[in-house]
Design a protein around this ligand. Structure first.
Ligand SMILES: [Zn+2]
Length: 384
């Protein structure tokens, strides 16, 4: 069975176009700030003409504005209006933050466009009368996009982002289920004993970043930051891919990274990237037709996974205890593997996910494949 999913392809734009994009981004900011100003003014009028401007209203108000801009066209202006209206509704504010074009508080550039604005031209792309080249052009072949944007990162490089629909083949995984405990010493440990080691990306690079910042090499420091983020993401990508390919059901504890980030272990927590890993597991699992469940991880490190007695090390204070023996049944445990087993058990115990201290416990409905798979297992059991 195959399912359609939207994925965003990112292409690095070759540097010769950066200057043009920087200029165009200033124009985008102009339109955005106009939307911000006019909708604030309209929403705070004291007469009967007060109203919340919709994306449609803003498009009408900006009609014909192209003649004031050198680079961006009508389609981009309309997309800015629509996106602005959506963002303001989502933020529930009278106005959003201004998009600053210059100085230290400059916003990262953003230039949205509609499908028809970006065209192929030989080995390059054409947008608003300008020819662009991107790295890894071959990935563009056979791809059709609806709309997209150019976006800038903190280092100042520009990326072409194209959401595309891809057809994903969903097949059943070889193994049944796994529990994943998110920790500090290892980012993740599974109930089968597999580990994703925390590479101390940030701490390794800390001295370098510090030195660079003191010397005023801001761009270099940002480059190191970007490299750290990518390395961490890469490790999480690989681990989550392996989990999704191997297991049909994945149960994760609901540690709140925000809460722990306030304690003195903040740096390790932010370093380990739990949020990233959870997000990857969720979207990859959804794509592949897996069940990804988030459960309350209360008592998962204290409880013995063999007999259930609360005889293990508790909380943050006994974090140093890595291995322990159950006083009740005598079973020897590795702290993290034991916790992962408890998480797995919590996942099978409650059909629905338990909400913990994190705002959104995510319960993925059983996909078609896992239902089919369960039906198949039932049939096998009946036959046996
Ligand atoms: Zn025990």
């Amino acid at each position: 069975m195959s399912v359609l999913f939207t994925r965003t392809l990112r292409f690095k734009v070759r540097p010769e176009s950066h200057a043009w994009l920087n200029e165009a981004a200033v124009e985008v900011n102009g339109v955005f700030n106009y939307c911000n100003q006019i909708s604030l003014a309209t929403a705070t009028r004291t007469d009967r003409k007060r109203k919340w401007l919709s994306g449609y209203d803003l498009c009408n108000l900006t009609a014909g504005a192209t003649e004031y801009f050198e680079r961006i066209g009508a389609d981009t202006i309309q997309r800015i209006c629509v996106e602005y209206a959506q963002k303001r509704v989502a933020a529930r504010r009278l106005k959003l933050r201004w998009r600053v074009s210059r100085g230290a508080r400059r916003c990262l550039g953003w230039i949205p466009f509609k499908a028809a604005n970006l065209k192929r031209k030989g080995t390059a792309l054409r947008f608003c009368g300008k020819t662009f080249r991107v790295f890894e052009r071959e990935r563009l072949e056979g791809v059709s996009w609806k709309q997209g944007c150019f976006a800038q990162d903190a280092v100042g490089d520009w990326w072409l982002c194209l959401p595309v629909e891809v057809r994903v083949e969903q097949t059943a995984a070889p193994k049944e289920s796994v529990g994943v405990d998110l920790g500090i010493k290892d980012v993740a440990v599974t109930s089968d004993g597999e580990r994703l080691e925390a590479i101390r990306f940030y701490r390794d690079a800390q001295h370098r970043i510090g030195a660079l910042q003191r010397r005023g090499h801001v761009r270099q420091a940002k480059r190191v930051h970007r490299r750290i983020r990518r390395r961490r993401q890469d490790a999480c990508h690989q681990f989550s891919r392996r989990m999704v390919n191997t297991y049909q059901k994945i149960v994760v504890g609901d540690v709140s990274s925000l809460k722990l980030a306030k304690t003195r272990m903040a740096k390790s927590v932010l370093d380990s990237g739990w949020g990233t890993l959870k997000r990857f597991l969720q979207y990859k699992g959804e794509c592949a037709g897996r069940t990804v469940q988030v459960v309350n991880e209360r008592n998962t490190s204290r409880g013995c996974s063999s007999c259930g007695a609360l005889s293990g090390p508790s909380g943050l204070r006994q974090l140093a205890v890595r291995r322990w023996e159950c006083a009740h049944c005598g079973e020897r445990h590795d702290r993290d593997v034991n916790a992962a087993r408890n998480i797995l058990r919590a996942g099978s115990r409650c059909g629905t996910s338990v909400s913990g201290n994190e705002s959104s416990p995510v319960e993925r409905p059983l996909s078609q494949t896992s239902r089919l798979r369960e039906a198949g297992l039932d049939a096998q059991r009946a036959a046996a």
